[in-house]
Design a protein around this ligand. Structure first.
Ligand code: FAD
Ligand code: NAP
Ligand code: SF4
Length: 675
């Protein structure tokens, strides 16, 4: 008997039966742009083998002007059809099903040729779109229809028409972006003409035995967004026009409410999809921050949706469904919703991968094979670098012993997991614990390793991490000056007024930790919605609460400082930095740049501001927390080298600058793949 009776039940769409209720949602990985179609195929084949009921590709442009960026992949030519066919053939051979997403970016297209219903620049693009005339609109519809017909020719099982997230089709629906007065603008019946025409003509072009999914923006999270009555009206109209599945889109890209990052509660928007259930006859899909089979099953059992879309979880683990089917959900590598290796890569023009799974999108390059010669491998440090190295080496058949001086595995992840909004790190540490046991790694915890303790190994890996950097501020030895380790690990008491020295990733996290009290809003959906001003789209346009964001008052008065003159938090994650900055602003955290630290005394922290250090200030605070960066802890590596042993050094012990768990895990995995 399975624990997931709903999730694993088939769904008969008439012309095709999906084997389960899991859709791998669309993700732009950058793979198609490499034009290495064997590599693209391998990515999807791995997920087809892993049991995804239906996969949706990354968004494919229907024409040049609709591409998200110049050169974005699409389906424009006969040659493109042949390339895509290599992917669909391979997926079908592996027993999978795949639909192609058609994505016209409209005013979100990052190029001067972009087009839209009205010439209104978006806040996330430097280009003002050209307003389409009647012929221009007809051309865009025709191009979308042609792309759908080509998708069928290329062997896809269906298409998903991207009608949400503020892209082209969505731009017609709301007055925020559609100021037209012709038959494509004005009253809602006119504004929804384009999506309905697109679906109707696509259905006519592809025939009945082809899946047509419409991704519908169910909550725009914009002041001039749709009402829920309009959402229902549109859903019914696209169903009548020929859509056979309706997928959920949440929020426009320009919305200032987080929708998928790790601080969003799990399944935090499934309630929106649930509102549509029973109002249309076709299956409805829910999505956003669903990352375990348990949560997915619960949503289906609660009637929130007929199908579950998960995208990033399939980067973290291609075998998500197969492992759930096998009753081994605890071995599913968890997507922690960090965006660090997927969306942050996409928005930096890099190929996506996954912090937790460096093989994602690198299936043909990072191949982990059984070893021909089993070795005894000693690894010191059970942070992410040591954990990934140990797991991978043991998976390959090596005899691995992993040491840490702490009583638990995880290294700095144990500090990360203490931050409100970073609870997903718990699951990551738990998963490593499971995998180490699964692969037979010998764990030696609570043992600070000296070089002499490592003589019985064929290979030694040093993953001893980092030490906090000493900023050398006069007076920092006072008892009210703490390091982030004192605060996050040792839970030293912190006063009501706090200055944080250093505004990097850790400084921001410590600030987040100190302004919160009690339950994390990430664990409490009602509180989280109030904090970000998310209301019911049935009560207010776009689903923005009329009273606006209502964050709980800050638990402490925090000042965050850095020496650089730039905006604090500028170097945080591309797709998450704005959330960290906004979140601290909502908690009234004062952020100062261009700071010079002069000293700490009984009065407080003395600083000057600005290049000419003209403005002097004393921050009268109870506690000062040092978050001034990190240095490699190479003490063990150097001692081993001095004894003539040449260890492999990975993670923070290797290079501390710009270290994060993504790099630590990638390096650990890649090293172990070669040992
Ligand atoms: P570490 O995690 O530091 O692990 C080193 C381990 O070695 C430790 O467990 C230590 O006890 C052990 N050790 C050292 N010397 C010895 C010895 N002689 N004998 C035995 N054991 C020894 N990164 C991200 O990517 N995303 C985030 O969101 C994120 N958030 C963070 C939040 C906070 C608050 C902190 C502190 C860090 C965060 N990081 C984040 C950074 C990330 O945790 C580190 O980059 C990563 O843990 C470094 O991995 P590592 O394995 O090299 O070292
Ligand atoms: P960091 O990001 O390098 O920030 C260090 C901070 O300390 C900077 O603000 C720096 O700014 C300041 N600083 C450096 N030298 C100083 C000195 N001598 N005196 C005073 N201030 C000094 O490092 P971190 O915050 O320690 O984080 C460590 C790593 O963990 C980072 O690489 C980070 O990416 C990773 N991390 C990631 C996340 C995430 O969410 N992705 C979260 C936490 C940590 P000034 O020099 O301008 O003062
Ligand atoms: Fe999930 Fe982070 Fe991996 Fe992206 S990089 S798939 S968000 S764990």
């Amino acid at each position: 008997m399975t624990s997931y009776p709903n999730l694993l039940s088939p769904l008969d769409l008439g012309h095709v039966t999906l084997p389960n209720r899991v859709i791998m949602g669309s993700m732009h990985t950058g793979l198609e742009e490499t034009k290495d179609w064997a590599r693209v195929a391998e990515f999807y084949v791995a997920r087809a083998r892993g049991g995804a009921g239906l996969m949706v590709t990354g968004g494919m442009a229907p024409n040049r002007e609709g591409g998200v960026f110049p050169g974005a992949a699409g389906l424009f030519t006969d040659e493109d059809i042949a390339n895509h066919a290599t992917v669909t053939d391979a997926v079908h051979d592996a027993g999978g099903r795949i639909a192609m997403q058609i994505l016209h970016a409209g005013r979100y297209a990052y190029g001067p040729e972009c087009v839209a219903p009205s010439p209104i620049k978006s806040p996330i693009s430097p280009f003002t779109p050209t307003e389409l005339d009647e012929a221009g609109i007809e051309k865009q519809i025709a191009d979308i229809v042609t792309a759908a017909a080509r998708a069928r020719q290329a062997g896809y099982d269906g298409v998903e028409i991207m009608g949400s997230e503020g892209y082209f089709i969505n731009q017609f629906l709301v007055t925020h972006t559609n100021k037209r007065t012709d038959r494509w603008g004005g009253p809602y019946e006119n504004r929804m003409r384009l999506p309905v025409e697109v679906v109707r003509r696509v259905r006519d072009a592809v025939g009945d035995d082809f899946i047509v999914i419409y991704r519908l923006s169910m909550i725009d999270l914009l002041p001039e967004g749709s009402t829920f009555d309009e959402v229902v009206q549109l859903a019914r109209a696209v169903e009548a026009a020929g859509a056979d599945i309706i997928n959920t889109g949440i929020g426009w890209h320009e919305a200032r409410v987080p929708t998928i990052v790790t601080s969003v509660p799990r399944a935090g928007f499934a309630w929106v999809t649930k509102k549509l259930m029973g109002k249309v006859g076709v299956p409805v899909v829910t999505s956003n921050r669903i990352n375990t089979p348990e949560v997915a099953e619960e949503l289906l059992a609660d009637g929130c949706a007929d199908l579950i879309s998960m995208a990033r979880p399939f980067l973290a683990d291609a075998d998500f469904v197969a492992k759930a089917e096998a009753g081994r959900a605890e071995t599913i590598a968890p997507c922690i919703a960090c965006n660090q290796a997927c969306l942050d890569h996409t928005f930096s023009g890099k190929i996506s991968t996954c912090l937790v799974n460096p093989q994602a999108c690198h299936e043909t390059e990072l191949v982990i094979t059984p070893t021909q010669q089993a070795k005894r491998i000693g690894i010191v440090g059970a942070g992410p670098a040591g954990l990934s190295a140990a797991m991978t080496a043991a998976q390959r058949g090596h005899d691995v012993t992993l040491f840490d001086r702490e009583p638990r595995i995880g290294g700095q992840l144990n500090m990360a997991r203490a931050i409100p909004g970073k609870e997903e790190f718990d699951g990551l540490v738990d998963w490593y614990q499971t995998m180490l046991a699964d692969h037979g790694v010998t764990l030696r915890l609570g043992q600070a390793v000296e070089p002499g303790g490592l003589v019985d190994f064929d290979e030694v890996v040093v993953a001893t991490g980092v030490l906090p950097r000493d900023p050398g501020i006069p007076g920092q030895d006072r008892p009210n000056v703490l390091s982030y380790v004192d605060v996050l690990k040792n839970r030293a008491p912190v006063g009501r007024r706090v200055a944080i020295v250093g505004a990097g990733g850790i400084g921001f996290d410590v600030a987040e930790f100190l302004v919160h009290e009690g339950d994390s809003p990430t664990e409490n959906l009602a509180e989280w919605k109030a904090e970000w001003g998310v209301g019911d789209p049935a009560d207010a346009r776009g689903g923005l609460a009329p009273e606006g964001p209502q964050p709980a008052p800050p638990a402490r008065q925090v000042t965050l400082l850095q020496r650089k003159a730039e905006r604090p938090g500028k170097r945080l994650g591309k797709t998450t930095g704005w959330i960290h900055r906004l979140s601290l602003r909502m908690k009234q955290v004062e952020m100062l740049s261009g700071v010079t630290y002069h000293g700490i005394d009984e009065e407080g922290l003395h600083i000057t501001l600005g290049e000419d250090a003209a403005e002097g200030r004393c921050l009268q605070v109870d506690t000062i927390v040092l978050c001034a960066g990190q240095l490699s802890d190479r003490r063990l590596a150097e001692a081993l080298e001095a004894r003539g042993t040449a260890p492999h050094v990975i993670g923070g012990a290797d290079v501390a600058a710009e270290l994060d768990a993504k790099r630590a895990i990638d390096q650990g995995t890649r090293l172990a793949a070669t040992l």
